[in-house]
Design a protein around this ligand. Structure first.
Ligand SMILES: CC(C)[C@H](C(=O)O)[C@@H](O)C(=O)O
Ligand code: SF4
Length: 465
């Protein structure tokens, strides 16, 4: 009898070309996404006069620097920003790599575009020079972010040296209360285990509550794996996965679909498979959750109060909490729902898919936002779909700006910034100091919660709306 294996091991083993004496694995890479930040790697290849091994398995995506007010390169006033987008276009053209560029109707944030185009599939090994590559694991692939020198290595060889991570299973059984989203699940487990709680592990999300999630919600959950310190996150593919993938542009067709499907159906952890760690959460306990601090672990259910550092024993934690509260301009004991906001952002690879926009529009319909804000769809396809459904009109009528797709205010590389000292309710995944701009204060939450905060002008419990 063969040893019971995990989903992760099955996919890893299928990609291991060689194992070194020290235990490092040389892995085959099925998909390599390169965004504007990949220019270092292309420079390195040029220096060494090397070619790209598999341009057909490499895909260029313009997302981090793209403007959200125009799709025309000529309209970008900032030379550095325009240069970053041009450089990606030049590098991909020169190497024969497919580019989803600024004016491509398929353009979008890499982690939204991959699944949408059917490039993300069960059982693949996928990498990108971007930490949120973990998103793609929602299809039962191994997907993780890599550094600049690794990007060069993958470009040159289509392989990568990695050591096999430890494995953690996060099981969630039970039923989520109405309005509770994947964002709330993620912030809840990260708050409980800590921002390095899953450090270095590959997570498999399992259980009834996980398999009850839509494909888009699974993407949100896997996206945030990295914020809990995990290397990657994955979910065994099921009927929801297959239904989502069928007839996507890059998905296998006809007989090849049937063959792929037969393989994909084997991709699950064996019942007796062992994990290095097993963690369980009860779905019914998960509440709408927001961050109050400067790390995704500094999160609490919306009906709670800003924590009090004087209640803590550990000196280090006291200092850290004081520092977070100071940066965020909050006082201990303040009700979270009393925190007034200056601005909202609905966007990013975490929460800007069509279901996210629908959830936000549902709350904003017929209401006015008390604060300014931007809505940037996760991809141009999502934008068109939202417009076909009239969601853009709802956002505009509420007073929010309806923009083009890109990373935008999630990271501000394109110039979409939260002004210093302002407080932003955001659907993104990182609330580090200065993340949305120098001095900007970020509160992470689900799209519906951001919409509710916009309408009220302060953080709000959607259950009371
Ligand atoms: C700029 C990029 C490399 C970075 C990442 O690695 O994740 C960004 O996408 C982020 O979310 O901070
Ligand atoms: S949307 Fe934000 S988190 Fe996602 S890839 Fe872009 S910068 Fe990174």
């Amino acid at each position: 009898m063969t040893m019971p294996t995990t989903l992760f091991d099955k996919v890893w083993d299928a990609h291991e070309i060689h194992r070194s004496e020290s235990g490092q694995s040389l892995l085959w890479v099925d998909r390599h996404f390169v965004h504007e930040g990949s220019f270092h790697a292309f420079d390195k290849l040029r220096e060494r006069e090397m070619s790209v091994a598999r341009p057909d398995l490499t895909f260029g995506i313009a997302d981090h620097y793209v403007p959200t007010l125009t799709r025309s390169l000529g309209d970008i006033g900032d030379d550095k920003i325009r240069g970053m987008i041009e450089q990606l276009a030049d590098n991909t053209r020169e190497r024969g790599i497919t580019l989803f560029g600024l004016d491509d109707p398929r353009q979008g944030i890499v982690h939204v575009l991959g699944p949408e185009q059917g490039l993300t599939q069960p059982g693949l090994l996928m990498v990108c020079g971007d930490s949120h590559t973990s998103t793609h694991g929602a299809f039962g692939s191994i997907a993780f972010g890599i550094g600049a020198s690794e990007v060069a290595h993958v470009l040159a060889t289509q392989t990568l040296w990695q050591s096999r991570p430890k494995q953690m299973r996060l099981t969630i059984e039970g039923t989520l209360a109405p309005g509770i989203t994947a964002k709330d699940i993620a912030l809840t487990w990260i708050a409980r285990l800590g921002a390095d709680g899953a450090r270095g592990h590959a997570i498999e999300y399992a259980g009834g509550a996980i398999h009850g999630l839509s494909m888009e919600a699974r993407l949100t959950l896997c996206n945030l794996s990295i914020e809990g310190g995990a290397r990657c996150g994955m979910i065994a593919p099921d009927e929801t996965t297959f239904a989502y993938l069928r007839s996507r542009p890059f998905a296998p067709q006809g007989e090849r679909w049937e063959q792929a499907l037969a393989y994909w159906q084997t991709l699950k952890s064996d019942p007796e498979a062992r994990f290095d760690r097993d963690v369980a959460l009860d779905a019914a306990e998960i509440a709408p959750t927001v961050t109050w601090g400067v790390s995704p672990e500094e999160a609490l259910p919306i009906d709670q109060r800003v924590p009090d550092p004087s209640a803590l024993r550990d000196e280090g934690r006291v200092h850290q909490m004081r520092d977070s509260l100071d940066y965020m301009g909050l006082s201990p004991g303040q009700k979270l729902t009393d925190i007034a906001i200056d601005r909202v952002f609905i966007g990013s690879c975490t929460n800007a898919r069509i279901e996210d926009l629908r959830a936000a529009a549902d709350i904003l319909k017929g209401r006015r936002s008390k604060v300014p804000g931007i809505v940037s769809p996760g991809s141009t396809q999502v934008k068109h779909r939202a417009e076909a459904e009239g969601l853009d009109e709802i956002f505009r009528a509420s007073g929010l700006e309806w923009r083009e797709s890109g990373c935008s205010m999630c990271v501000g590389m394109n110039g979409d910034l939260v002004p210093s000292g302002e407080r932003c309710a955001s659907t993104t995944n990182r609330n580090f100091k200065g993340r949305q701009g120098p001095g900007a204060r970020t509160h992470l939450m689900s799209p519906a919660m951001v919409a509710a905060a916009a309408v009220a002008g302060h953080l709000t419990d959607i259950r009371e709306l």
